[in-house]
Design a protein around this ligand. Sequence first.
Ligand code: GUN
Ligand code: ZN
Length: 372
Amino acid sequence: MTEFSFELLATDGAARRGRVHTAHGAIDTPAFMPVGTAGTVKAMMPASVAATGAQIVLGNTYHLMLRPGAERVARLGGLHKFMNWPGPILTDSGGFQVMSLAKLRKMDADGVTFQSHHDGSKHRLTPESSMEIQRLLDADITMAFDECTPFPATHGQAEESMRLSMRWARRSKEAFVARDGYGLFGIVQGGVYPDLRAESAKALLEIGFEGYAVGGLAVGEGQDAMFSTLDVTTPLLPGDKPRYLMGVGRPSDIIGAVGRGIDMFDCVMPTRSGRTAQAFTRRGTVNLRNARHQDDPRPLEEDCPCPACRDHSRAYLHHLIRSEEILGPMLLTWHNIQAYQTLMAGLRSAIAEGRFTRFAAEAAALEEMGDI
Ligand code: GUN
Ligand code: ZN
């Protein structure tokens, strides 16, 4: 049986090229995890997700506990079998989604009570129940139950929220059932305050996790504050464990965070944007709804191996979007996930070959030029 482990294969400055080993396979890092909230990466077949080079997908405790229910998923053989994704799965722990989606939320020191956004039914999540749900789902990587501190928050608010998350992190660790190939990640909180990030990192290191996430970012603080926070946080995390920046981001956010020592990312941006006609290219974002594409026979992006670019013109993609054809969101989602995976593969090669800085500068220059 595989042990859950992290291999550091190369470094270039603070950037790392590594590999995470899990019960359901390996993940080459830096890695981007497409979001499969409700047991599906929206508009994509699992084999299509894998064809882009993605090796791990993310699932959500909050959504899956409400529908179809974690016990049902467990009875049906776990989330891998249920959604036909044989590779690694990471699940978020639920608190973040409760705060953004649920109705009538009530937080206390023990956990959070809320009403389902589907039918108003009442539910509760605690560190212990979140660990149990993620175990029933059979997540290779379980996330500690935390509170994502909102932005802006005063130092006092961020401190109180971070300390609550650290108490919940300890309870998460105690409730997590260790199994070969399965890991639990702690989540650093503390808002944009360096002293609180340091206290949080120290608390998590004392508890001990298989990986460390940085939470509470990309919540409105802006890229400069996010990067400054990473500058003071990632150096405090152990070098021999994977680091995951939650909910990030745009390509330039990912490149900047990789340069600051982050190994894993997830974000709804490529999938959500794909469903609203926004495509990510090396030259920035392109809105396929725009009339300038209606007679354009060129592919969305030269050299992209995805079916949207390989088999179709910008004019056709524009037509699908204007006609509200379901193939439009399907093709653009595929392209966007491919674009993110192509970026991650480029980052991995650049780090391995010691040319990360040049890669980052070239990516920024290309994006700056804009679409032509
Ligand atoms: N997703 C984005 N940010 C966060 C965070 O701070 N905590 C959790 N659990 N999920 C997130
Ligand atoms: Zn493409």
